[in-house]
Design a protein around this ligand. Sequence first.
Ligand code: IVH
Length: 712
Amino acid sequence: MKKEAAKIRIEKLKDEINYHRYNYHVLDRETIAPAALDSLKNELFSLENEYPDLITSDSPTQRVAGKPLSKFVKTKHSRPMISLFDAFSESDMRAWQERNENYLKQTWNQEYYCELKLDGLAISLHYESGQLQIAATRGDGVTGENVTANVKTIQSIPLVLRRPTTAELKAAEFSARETKIIFDLLDNGVIEARGEAIMTKKVLRDLNKKYESLGKPLLANARNGVAGSIRQLDSKITAERHLDFYAYDLLLGNYERGEVVATKSQLDSLLRLLGLKVLADNNICKNLEAVFTFFNGVGERREKLAFDIDGIVVKANNLKMWPTLGVVGKAPRYMMAYKFPAEQATTKVNDIVWQVGRTGALTPTAILEPVAVGGATISRSTLHNFDEIQRLDLRLGDTVVIERSGDVIPKVISVLKNLRTGKEKKITPPAACPMCGGQVEQVDDEVAYRCLNKKCFAVSLRQIEHFVSRGAADFDGLGPKLIEQFMAAGLIKDAADIYAIDETKKSDLLSLERFAEKKAENVIAIINAKRELDLARFIYSLGIRHVGEETARTLAVMIAENLHPEKKQAVALSSLISTFQSKSRDDLANMEDIGPVVAESIYSFWHDEKNLELLKKFERNGVKIIIEAFGKNKSVQTKLAGKIFVLTGSLLGLTRDAAKDKIRALGGKTTESVTKNTDYVVAGENSGSKYDKAKELGVTILNEEEFLKIIE
Ligand code: IVH
């Protein structure tokens, strides 16, 4: 980006981030998800990196966010509640360890202590002589808000600290001196426990169910739920929210932690002995490799946990290291937040495409500037309906926040209108159906716009299903369910669109439900394997009315006679079209086995503009139509010349397609139904009504062995 443009973008980003920071940290209103805000901050950070002389002291990158709210009484923390540095990859974590090694001038050979990073609200609990006096929020880190009345409603928080027995402290490896200090502080000193107030997923679900039935606005997520509950002026409301609290830190009077407690793991034991709730998942990890294993394991269990987490916190287990390493800027060197990839991000909307569903409803999909979200690159996002576009006031060119959770298709959450340049374009519903060109209307009091052609989706679906079927293009593994899923997601509108699905579209596949890396790769491989199609199969797969496999073959021979290929070669689509178009209805009707009705159907197919467009799309999307060397084939077609075969039941030694090919190669033909003109019925295992019909008409019936002899 040029400097002038960067300057304008930086100013806009700063205002935007500041606006959300104020809402989030001061008013407790989440106007943007933290991960999306991170995304804006990252953009600002890299622009400032590129042009360091554009950095100003008021930039959000230059300070720690947050001012206390005035509606609660302010309270100063005994020691600042600092923040954490974030790491997003193993290499970030290695770089952190390396920085510490450089700082200490020695190799790191110490244990880490890994904890879950709870996504709630940080609270400090100030106990004097073991009695809870003040509970405070973090605020700006130096001064927080006194929320004691509300916090007292959390059942898992002790109002009086539990007094451990000497034996319990001994078992937890506290020395006599340390035990005495702990008892003195409990009797006559100050102990401060810090931790996270949370709302479990179940409580959130139940509350939202209740709010829904009462017609009240729903809570967006557990973090919002807990922050809103703690910031209630009426503590009765907080009590109804059933919050929970997990402790992760302990301040012992004026002592440094390391003077009384040896390790973070031992500190957790003390927290528990004092009656506080501590996460059972926390664990010692010998080195970074063990930390990575812990992180991956937690990632796998994340969905099943009772509460939301956004990563893990990795701490030096040896508490003596904490003051040694100290704090730099806003956060300590001795711990690191190792976060899961962001599930939200910001990106630009480049286009809107409309897809037609089973019921004819038109659904808009936003085509996005590709962006990494939660480990996948996202380039499309569902918008549900036109109302959603209006509600969001979405325009082409807008910067939007998108969210991806689990396997679900990403959603546009909000539009960052302050980032508009004035060049954004309004979005209108399409005038005609993008699938069939039919009329589009918004039906009375319905949200959706619909294609009025009742058969629109079903007809297209059937056509594509026919194209991929066994006798046609034969996409083994691309069944009707997948086809319907691709259509519903707007990935394909016709058979030719299938060939546009290649490596570059992998992220689109990954954004579909039940699609993981392997399945996406598999689908791409299936499609790539069918980029060359035999001419007869191609003609059959087009689904021209009355043109079955045999007629398609007759037409392929006609093309071959015209083109006289010397060897196996690709036929240019233009010569295919011009050959078909050079034939009159009569020419076609004079061909073997083609009557006037079939001729009319073939003729009109090759003169229809829409069909010609589709054919060109096949070529554009990289389909090669192959024709066999003609002269050679013709000379062998004698042994079964003119004989008509019907295959029924399953053959053990060869596939039905191979059997048909063999019959044709010897000059014979296959048809689907048994008539008096049928010469042979080949009856395999489990043959049914065709066998009975053959008996009834006195047609020769061959078993597999007899058939194999004939075609030998
Ligand atoms: S230790 C220096 N441990 O994460 C700050 N924090 O992003 C000491 N958090 O404000 C924090 N789980 O509210 C620590 N196991 C854990 C945590 C945790 C969640 C929160 C905490 C902090 C925020 C920083």
